[in-house]
Design a protein around this ligand. Structure first.
Ligand code: PLP
Ligand code: TYF
Length: 391
């Protein structure tokens, strides 16, 4: 069956992981894949996660199936974490999924089945899996302007002008915070304008929340999605616990749908899970649920997450400052203004190749940098290389 098949293009971010692993240079710097790294360059298991896992190991007496939507306690904990008091529980349908990617997939596939004519609007640029999944499903998609490369900030007018063409029932895919790959988020006034636009056009927001807690803090990072949920009858959310709980390989995600038809929406989500993978993984979801429902574990998790956020913000400031010294200009000042793990550094694909081949500095081909991959030792070298190659 496979003799004549051309496999799909590999994911460029995953391919870069392989190239980095194969590079023998000891001073190589991984600023590619979106994984948090401590100042020591480690991606640790968070202390609250370890404690919750230990308790689960002691307590758990069965690995029997849970349910097609996973554990309702996990869904409720995630609803509170993301939506807070924005809407009552009776208006939020939910389902667990294997990671945030599957949450994105389940939302898109549900909408595709219910409204096959809907167009999905994605930011230019966005996470490559967004268009990949949309195309795989055979959905229509259009891009909206988002990033003003000249200023390193939001192209507010371009975004709203493009989205004004959205039709009733279209999905507008937004990053809840810490936009991947630009690091540029809408301000609260922009979220308000997006809510007004959705109310006017009948388009439905779909918020991909993969980095809550990595931007300005857990509550501040959820302000946009909460504003939409308060203002509109229907909002889709796909959330990931990969980054903020460090549970990457455990595959923990959730779909939340703000709707007046909770029972029907949950039926659709259960059916969608059944068709695609039946039961979502339980272990990581249980860890998250236990952390979020226990004061001591929750406090420890929030403190460690806050520390991770500060590391990334500190790396941004330190690199921006080192680049100020290396270039004698404020050309890279935007780095300190951006939020989360990523910024676009403004490098061409050829410059990305030079940074990798000559300097051992790994960025994604579009010039995306994961600032969490920086260390105190690497920052002067990265600044010097960027100043030289991007001169
Ligand atoms: N959405 C965005 C924008 C992401 O960057 C990611 C990656 O972390 C995800 C969703 C989902 O990741 P995962 O499937 O690992 O939870
Ligand atoms: O953008 C990133 O680096 C993360 C991790 O197919 C990731 O979101 C990368 C590629 C992929 C899934 C997750």
């Amino acid at each position: 069956m496979f003799e004549t098949v051309t496999p799909p293009e590999p994911d460029k971010i995953i391919r870069l992981m392989g190239m980095f692993a194969a590079d023998p240079r000891v001073d190589k710097v991984d600023l590619g894949v979106g994984v948090y790294r401590s100042p020591e360059g480690k991606t640790p298991v968070m202390a609250a996660v370890k404690a919750a896992e230990r308790a689960i190991w002691e307590r758990q007496e069965s690995k029997g199936y849970v349910g097609l939507r996973g554990d309702p306690g996990f869904i409720e904990a995630m609803r509170r974490l993301i939506l807070g008091d924005a809407v009552p529980e009776a208006r939020v349908a939910g389902a667990g999924t294997p990671g945030g990617t599957a949450a994105v997939r389940q939302v898109l596939e549900s909408v595709h089945r219910l409204q096959p004519g809907a167009t999905v609007w994605i930011s230019d640029p966005t996470w490559p899996n967004h268009p990949a999944i949309i195309d795989h499903l055979g959905q229509k998609r259009r891009s909206y302007r988002y990033y003003d490369a000249a200023s390193g900030s939001l192209d507010r007018e371009g975004m709203l002008a493009d989205l004004a063409e959205a039709r009733r029932g279209d999905l507008i895919l937004l990053h809840g915070c810490c936009h991947n790959p630009t690091g540029v988020d809408p301000a609260l006034a922009d979220w308000r304008a997006l809510a007004d636009l959705c109310a006017r056009t009948g388009a439905i927001p779909f918020v991909d929340m993969a980095y809550q807690g990595f931007g300005d803090g857990l509550e501040a990072d959820a302000a946009g999605v909460r504003l939409l949920a308060e203002a509109l009858p229907e909002v889709f959310v796909a959330a990931s616990c990969s980054k903020n709980f460090g549970l990457y390989r455990e595959r923990v995600g959730v779909v939340l749908i703000v709707t007046e038809a909770k029972a029907a929406a949950e039926g659709v989500l259960a059916g969608m899970n059944r068709q695609n993978f039946a039961f979502p993984p339980d272990h990581g979801a249980r860890v998250v649920q236990d952390i979020l429902s226990d004061q001591t574990l929750g406090d420890a998790w929030r403190a460690e997450l806050e520390g991770m956020r500060e590391v990334m913000a500190g790396n941004r400031r330190a690199l921006a400052q080192a680049l100020r010294g290396a270039t004698g200009s404020d050309r890279f000042g935007f780095l300190a203004a951006h939020r989360g793990m990523f910024s676009l550094i403004g490098a061409s694909p050829e410059q990305v190749d030079i940074l990798r081949e000559k300097h051992g500095i790994y960025l994604v081909g579009d010039g995306r940098m994961n600032v969490a991959g920086l260390t105190a030792a690497a920052i002067p070298r990265v600044a010097a290389a960027l100043a030289e190659v991007l001169a």
